[in-house]
Write a protein that binds this ligand. Structure first.
Ligand SMILES: *[C@@H]1O[C@H](CO)[C@@H](O)[C@H](O)[C@H]1NC(C)=O
Length: 250
């Protein structure tokens, strides 16, 4: 990412060479200075605080702790040590080679993400939901959410731009546009923005299509229902067993 790099690491000096590998998220690369450095610092503090608040939920990545690497006296590099997870939904979509994921997989993913969101929203937080932030845990046999650097608290939106392009809800789009123009929005986005993102993700999983261009098209803006109907209609032929009406409701 722009603020941090993630490495697969194994503890080699803790007296247990067989210890499982974990993920190390290192904020601030050596040599980074100025605004990039303060953005990385802010990102680190934010994610650390949010992770601390969310620990203990089955569908949220486990944090083992934080530490600092001193490359040189003036360049401390902050790190998060996290549970190492497996493939992301983004990769699953890639492997599915335009066939879409199995209904079993889609249901499993939907349930796990909804469990995580229910908890997150109860804590007053919203995520930056996208396929790259949903990872499979082979150990726990469930999907987990990662990357809380862009999450925000309702009523305290400290992030400049909300959500990631393509999975962004219309109200977040509007708010980002206003922010770009230097204007303040009257209404704040709520955690409902995450449900919009989940809807797009599930639609991508069903169709096996990247909807990047679709959600930017005029047709989508004019009538997204018609386009969603069309996607389901074309998929019904491929897998008639899919109870698509449930997903359409969603
Ligand atoms: C949008 O599409 C749906 C489904 O095809 C249709 O029922 C509805 O009338 C359309 N709405 C508009 C405003 O055209």
């Amino acid at each position: 990412g722009s603020l941090a790099s993630v490495y697969r690491v194994r503890c080699c000096c803790c007296g247990n060479p067989g210890s499982p590998p974990s993920a190390l998220k290192q904020f601030l690369q050596p040599g980074t200075t100025g605004s990039a450095a303060s953005a990385a610092q802010y990102g680190f503090r934010k994610e650390m605080a949010v992770l601390e608040q969310l620990q203990g939920h089955r569908n949220i990545v486990t944090s083992y702790g934080v530490f600092t690497i001193h490359f040189s006296p003036n360049v401390p590099s902050r790190c998060l040590l996290l549970e190492l997870l497996g493939v992301s939904v983004s990769e699953l979509l890639l492997y599915s080679s335009h066939q879409g994921c199995s209904m079993r997989m889609i249901q499993h993913c939907a349930r796990d993400v909804l469990e995580a969101l229910a908890f997150l929203h109860h804590e007053g937080l919203s995520h930056d939901l996208k396929p790259r932030n949903i990872l499979w845990s082979a150990e726990n046999e469930c999907f987990k959410l990662i990357d809380f650097g862009l999450s925000f608290k309702e009523g305290n939106q400290d992030v400049k731009y909300i959500q990631t392009d393509r999975y962004r809800a219309p109200e977040a789009e509007l708010q980002n546009c206003l922010a770009q123009a230097g204007l303040q929005s009257d209404t704040q986005c709520t955690s409902a923005v995450d449900l919009w993102s989940l809807g797009i993700i599930l639609l991508e999983m069903v169709s096996g299509m990247k909807l990047k261009h679709t959600v930017r098209s005029q047709g989508w803006k004019a009538n997204s229902s018609a386009i969603i109907d069309h996607i389901f209609a074309s998929k019904a032929v491929v897998n008639a067993a899919i109870p698509a009406y449930h997903l359409r409701d969603c």
